[in-house]
Design a protein around this ligand. Structure first.
Ligand SMILES: Cc1cc2nc3c(=O)[nH]c(=O)nc-3n(C[C@H](O)[C@H](O)[C@H](O)COP(=O)(O)O)c2cc1C
Length: 229
């Protein structure tokens, strides 16, 4: 494949990857899960420490317990207009993949970054996000739907899920990927235009959005986001 084709392929996957929040219960082949993890393990990480671990949850009993913990400790955001309508959700997805961070790996960070908790947290949030995004792109490339689910890292939900699964204390849950086949497509995405966000060499205040523009856009994205839940 030449570089134009490779770029087009990447752009296509980046554009097709969307957050899906309604899933069919149809099973996902195990080989697809293996392929998703294979892509993620090539992600860049701080000082190549690769602090990630992947927990695949398919067993209905474990999955139900994870869902119950999430409902107890981190109720999902709901669009009030849609709340009364019965529809499928993340609970119906056949697979959850928990991405874990093993903090013991931080001894491999340079200088005293491993001992500096705040610094290590920043480096590891970026490292884990890299692996997580690759998981979602891989899922898209396989024709699967995925949801980035954050409530798993809320302290109460996290400790409940760690207990259910048996995750040792040195590891934390970064976030959870909900994986399956879509029951409903994602709406058209609003997205900032490229010219407004691209800057060359030197910049001044006038090159960026005004406070008012930022606030207006934030209100728009907030409303859009809520309408997706
Ligand atoms: C750090 C982060 C946390 C997110 N947490 C959630 C979440 O808990 N639940 C959810 O449905 N979507 C979550 N999302 C998905 C975003 O809402 C979504 O990416 C955004 O609305 C853009 O839509 P798109 O993914 O369809 O392009 C999260 C995304 C990121 C990057």
């Amino acid at each position: 494949m030449n570089s134009t084709n490779q770029y087009d392929c990447l752009l296509d996957i980046a554009r097709k990857r969307r957050t899906i929040r309604q899933f069919k219960p149809d099973p996902v082949p195990d080989e697809y899960i293996t392929k998703i993890i294979e892509v993620a393990r090539w992600a860049p990480s701080a000082f190549h420490t690769q602090p990630w671990e992947f927990v695949i949850v398919k067993d209905p009993d474990v999955k139900n317990k994870v869902v119950a913990a999430l409902e107890r400790h981190g109720p999902p955001i709901k669009d009030p207009a849609k709340a009364a309508v019965a529809r499928r959700s993340f609970k119906d997805a056949p697979v959850f993949i928990l991405l874990l961070c093993d903090w013991r790996a931080s001894v491999g960070l340079p200088g005293n970054a491993g001992a500096d908790k705040a610094r290590a947290a920043g480096l590891y949030a970026s490292s884990l996000a890299n692996a997580f995004l690759l998981m979602h792109l891989a899922a898209t490339s396989l024709g699967l739907a995925s949801q980035w689910y954050t409530a798993t890292s809320r302290p109460d939900a996290e400790s409940a899920i760690k207990k259910i699964i048996g995750i040792p204390g040195a590891l934390t849950i970064y976030d959870m990927m909900v994986l399956g086949y879509p029951d409903a497509p994602a709406d058209t995405k609003i997205i900032r235009d490229v010219a407004g966000m691209t800057h060359y060499n030197r910049c001044g205040v006038g090159d960026f959005r005004t406070d008012e523009q930022v606030l207006d856009y934030a209100a728009k994205t907030k409303a859009w986001c809520l309408s997706q839940h």
